[in-house]
Design a protein around this ligand. Structure first.
Ligand code: DC
Length: 221
């Protein structure tokens, strides 16, 4: 049976950085489910479909094929065969993904792909509903969080380091708005699974969080 680690938590909690590092150290594949929702969002944006028009999005979904492939251990997302990985990390696509992800048809399609990947390989998978819905039987469940103030500051530092000018207050407002949407939707809202271990990373370094998760997974053969 494959060994699965489920990591959930709000935007900016460091899930992908940490999951990627744990995957490398524990020889697991890393499955970034947010990228899959982002790929569908990119399709919707490219088709210029109104993000509020669920009916049109459901219809469009029928002609969307999302698959993933690994290159040097990095997850690539293919949208109808095109490698769109480099186009998915923008704020515009992230917000659009948060807006369209409550649509049950969108989720059904992606959850199926996620479960298949987890059944085939030892993996660490991150998202919003992994411990509660996608992999309820995962061997380990982690709920990674940090205060919105800390998450906004980390995002601010990341953008400033890239030479972008940004406004800390606006970043924090956007993060809080996204949290609200992800936590209050009807389908698979973000919440801590009952059997998940809570890690508040507000006062932890990345290395401390990685070390903690690896020690929690010492039962892996
Ligand atoms: O983790 P991320 O920022 O790449 O995710 C983008 C959006 O996709 C997020 O705001 C909500 C949605 N999402 C989801 O609904 N379920 C998941 N398992 C992963 C992401």
């Amino acid at each position: 049976m494959a060994y699965n680690i489920a990591v959930d938590g709000p935007a900016g909690a460091g899930k992908s950085t940490i999951a990627k590092a744990v995957a490398k150290k524990m020889n697991l594949i890393y499955v970034d489910t947010g990228m899959m929702y982002r790929a569908i969002a990119l399709f919707v944006l490219r088709q210029k479909i109104d993000l509020q028009d669920s009916e049109k999005i459901v219809e469009a979904c029928k002609s969307v094929d999302v698959t993933i492939r690994y290159e040097d251990g990095m997850q690539m997302v293919l949208l109808n065969g095109e490698n769109v990985s480099a186009r998915l990390r923008t704020e515009e696509v992230g917000t659009a993904a948060s807006v369209i992800s409550p649509i049950p048809e969108v989720r059904r399609k992606l959850v199926e792909l996620q479960r298949k990947l987890a059944a085939e390989s030892d993996c660490i998978m991150d998202g919003r509903d992994i411990g509660t819905c996608v992999l309820p039987d995962a061997q380990k469940k982690i709920y990674l969080t940090a205060s919105s103030e800390v998450r906004a500051k980390r995002r601010y530092d990341e953008l400033t380091a890239k030479g972008e000018t940004c406004d800390l207050k606006k970043i924090r407002e956007d993060i809080e708005e996204r949290d609200y949407r992800d936590m209050h939707r009807e389908t698979s809202p973000l919440k801590q699974a009952e059997d998940a271990i809570l890690l508040d990373t507000s006062d932890m370094t990345i290395e401390e969080v990685i070390g903690k998760i690896i020690s929690l997974c010492s039962d892996k053969q």
